[in-house]
Design a protein around this ligand. Structure first.
Ligand SMILES: *Cc1c(COP(=O)(O)O)cnc(C)c1O
Length: 380
């Protein structure tokens, strides 16, 4: 089956009891037992819930893994994954990391002695050097946030495995509609389902998909032990989001392309970061490993912070807000909002300047989005 068919059917047969085409929302914390410890597969909804089970199987299938696990947030998924690594473990992570993930890695360093080294993974050299020391996990995002850099999943899987490390990929930005890291060698895929998978800015959720059943079972044990599980209703909403993911990602991509072209043509813009543009330094790699370029992009205005503030005030369709991946277009000022906790010197050395804006292009009419950006760029 191809992706959009899988997203609607894989792991989601009609309900056995009633034939309902959507899994019911099983709002029950506990389950009757016919004799002590004789269950029908469910005993308590932290350990397992039928609505969550359907979501977990569907996620495993669309990412091409053996085990799917749903969580109450993306960071709940990451905290559970990190719980697998004992004190003394070593992680090599990409340097352009989601801020909350960085905060959690640093907490595990201080609290549990799990060391993380951050390296540029847009080239293989720094990773290969970092892997000279024994390493347990290589952790990355691609495209990165907010600069939309691309890392070569297949090449990284090879060097990570040669060094005896597991490889985990945060696939939140691309989604399995555009990129399936397990097919390229990753062992773990992580999602903030809050973003594109949910797709409507109405839930907080997360997921892990594991390539191997044995690692899947270890993490399933931890999922229950830590307990950062989603509500059955949120599981239902993520399943509903998954059903339209393929068409939404196509529409997000069309919007982003229209907006990127307007930005690239403007004399007020210093640079546009969108992997779908020929000017993107890794356009060819993105074309090779992705089935589309997604809805996220960033751009730097020439006039710095003052121009960025003026531009934000003039937008009418884009809403100034954190988060991304919903049907509505959102815009973020990374230096003042999502990346404000990154120390200023490091922010600037990474290219997160006062003039940089990150856009999550929604599925409104692409022409309206392009017009909105064009008129906000115009002279006063
Ligand atoms: C939002 C986000 C997270 C964190 O997910 P939450 O659902 O907010 O906990 C992790 N990684 C990426 C890339 C994100 O965008």
């Amino acid at each position: 089956m191809r992706f959009s068919t899988k997203a609607i059917h894989a792991g989601q047969p009609p309900d056995e009891l009633t034939g309902a085409v959507n899994v019911p929302v099983y709002l029950s914390s506990t389950y009757a037992q016919s004799a002590p410890n004789r269950t029908r597969g469910y005993s308590y909804s932290r350990s397992g819930n039928p609505t969550r089970a359907v979501l977990e199987r569907a996620l495993a299938q669309v990412e091409g893994g053996r085990t799917g696990l749903a969580f109450s947030s993306g960071l709940g998924a990451l905290a559970t994954l990190l719980g697998h690594f004992p004190s003394g473990s070593r992680i090599v992570a990409i340097d352009d990391l989601y801020g909350g993930s960085w905060r959690l890695f640093e907490h595990h360093r201080r609290q549990f002695g799990v060391q993380t080294e951050y390296v540029d993974m847009t080239r293989l050299g720094p990773l290969v050097s970092a892997l000279q020391k024994p390493t347990d996990l290589v952790y990355l995002e691609t495209p990165t946030n907010p600069l939309m850099r691309i890392a070569d999943l297949g090449a990284i899987a090879r060097v990570a495995h040669r060094a005896g490390a597991l490889m985990a990929v945060d696939n939140t930005f691309a989604t399995p509609a555009l990129q399936r890291p397990i097919e390229r060698g990753a062992d773990v895929v992580l999602h903030s389902t809050t973003k594109y998978l949910g797709g409507h800015s109405d839930i907080i959720g997360g997921a892990l998909v594991l390539k191997s059943r044995s690692l899947g079972e270890k993490l399933r044990w931890l999922q229950n032990a830590i307990g950062a599980v989603p509500s059955p209703f949120d599981c239902f909403l993520v399943l509903r989001g998954l059903h339209t993911l393929a068409i939404r990602m196509r529409a997000h991509g069309e919007s982003a392309r229209a907006v990127a072209e307007v930005l690239e043509a403007s004399a007020r813009i210093r640079s546009v970061h969108y992997p779908g543009l020929r000017s993107h330094p890794q356009h060819a790699l993105a074309r090779r490993q992705m089935d589309g370029f997604g809805g996220m992009l960033s751009a730097e205005l020439k006039g710095g912070l003052a121009e960025a503030r003026r531009f934000l005030r003039r937008l009418k369709v884009f809403t100034l807000a954190e988060s991304l991946g919903g049907v509505e277009s959102l815009i973020d000022h990374p230096a003042l909002m999502t990346h404000a906790s990154v120390p200023r010197a490091e922010r600037e050395s990474r290219g997160i300047s006062g003039g940089l804006l990150r856009l999550s292009c929604g599925i409104e009419d692409p022409s309206d989005l392009a017009d909105d950006v064009r008129s906000a760029l115009r002279d006063r």
